[in-house]
Design a protein around this ligand. Structure first.
Ligand code: G3H
Length: 195
């Protein structure tokens, strides 16, 4: 079986401040995770010649991948975090206070709710289609370093989770989810925390 490793970027400076979206660099703890991830990948994929590392186009995933050496890296815009539109850079508290209607509509239907000038989870799921096709077509292992909303959707695809559950799946920081792909699809799933 071929491993697909899914992980969020290391903790970012905006994660520390509770701000969504943005394009900040890593916190100290995020940098530490990047090193741990590199160690893990190096051991796990040691004898794999065809492995590749996929990131989004945002700094926090590129910086998380940077200590990993010896494998090709590819940036996908389709792996970027859900676009929070006018709410980009805000905290959930600020959204609740300044845009209570938006906050409530999202709470009611997180899957379909689309941020003004941004995206919904359904939009994210749709734009991931080419990534999924390519993931399935790859011969070698792939390490996907992306973001919470995107990884919820990717994980749900491989774990066969219903659409409505997607926005609520737990994908903690500093955790590596491993999916083993066999000839007949997903064989096994496991996860390892490095917190
Ligand atoms: O910054 C965005 C978050 O990673 C997505 O989380 O959909 O639970 O607000 P949420």
């Amino acid at each position: 079986p071929r491993p697909i490793l899914l992980t969020r970027h290391g903790e970012s400076r905006d994660n520390v401040r509770g701000r969504i979206g943005g394009d900040t660099a890593l916190s100290e703890s995020g940098e530490l995770y990047a090193k741990k991830l590199a160690n893990f990948v190096e051991k796990r994929l040691k004898s794999e010649r065809t492995a590749s590392i996929w990131t989004s186009t945002l700094q926090r995933t590129i910086l998380t991948a940077s200590p990993i050496i010896g494998f090709p890296k590819i940036q996908w815009r389709a792996l970027d975090e859900i676009n929070a539109g006018v709410c980009d850079g805000m905290t959930y508290e600020e959204i609740k206070k300044n845009m209570p209607d938006e906050y409530e509509s999202r709470k009611k239907d997180k899957l379909r709710y689309r941020y003004p000038r941004g995206e919904s989870y359904l939009d994210v799921i749709q734009r991931l289609e080419p990534v999924i096709i390519e993931l399935e077509r790859q011969r070698g292992p792939v390490v996907v370093i992306s973001h919470q909303a995107v990884l919820r959707a990717l994980y749900a695809y491989f774990a066969d989770k219903p659409l409505n559950e997607i926005p609520h799946i737990a994908v903690p920081l500093h955790t590596i989810i491993e999916i083993k792909m066999g000839v007949r699809g997903v064989q096994e799933k496991s996860s390892e925390s490095h917190r």
